[in-house]
Design a binder for this molecule. Sequence first.
Ligand SMILES: [Zn+2]
Length: 199
Amino acid sequence: MQTNSLLFLYYLYSLGYDSFSYDSFSYDSPGYEIHTIPTIITHNFLNNYLWRLIIFGVENMYYITTEAHFDSAHFLKGYEGKCSNIHGHRWKIVVKIESETLKQQGQCRGMITDFSDIKNTLKGLADSLDHKLIYEKGSLKEKTIEALKEENFLMVEVDFRPTAEEFSKYFFDKMSELNFPVKSVIVYETPTNYAIYEK
Ligand SMILES: [Zn+2]
């Protein structure tokens, strides 16, 4: 159904609904007859479902996901517990891409996007953090940073606390900037602990 038709349908519904005022409602008023079960169901349908259809103009979506991994060290400055020490994780990233439609032409016909494109892009982002110490800006003394660099340790400074939650937003933003229609990103810090950032 076209969005215009849906809007018109909702407009007609609104006219009818407004004619029944809550102010005049009482159990012994003629208006009570309006509140039959089918009417309530219809009202709920229009408010919960049709609105979404009107605003977003979609009912169903296609999704694809891909994964990448990287191994890196981090620590949480200002955290009281063992996570304040430098330690490592095998981080797993799961990116979910969405689209209302599929490509209609070319070698990607019938796809949202080529799996290899999204996989290689995500792998590139993961590789940029792999086998490095990831630290939050301002969390290490300058002389410490210099000493570590003198030892040729690979380090990445980020402007956020390097938690799974922050990494999920980091990858969501990076992939979105590269024009992938990202729905969500999951980042596993351990096999059983993960964070999700989604729109
Ligand atoms: Zn950790």
